[in-house]
Design a protein. Structure first.
Length: 66
């Protein structure tokens, strides 16, 4: 959450384009998952989605790089 204002800055976008792209990818994935959860708040359905764990693991790796 604290990275959002940093990577929304036009100056940072110019200076760190690769990191900005990685962050935006993670942010978009998170927003997509949260939208799905909002549409159907069943914990069993949401936690059993194929590839969710792998997707979150990949997002964590990208955040570590950023």
């Amino acid at each position: 959450m604290y990275l959002q204002p940093i990577f929304d800055s036009p100056d940072i976008m110019k200076q760190l384009p690769t990191e900005t792209k990685r962050f935006k990818g993670v942010d978009n994935k998170w927003r997509f998952v949260m939208t799905q959860c909002g549409e159907n708040p069943s914990i069993l359905l949401n936690c059993s989605r194929d590839g969710l764990k792998d997707s979150f693991s990949e997002c964590n790796k990208n955040l570590d790089i950023v």
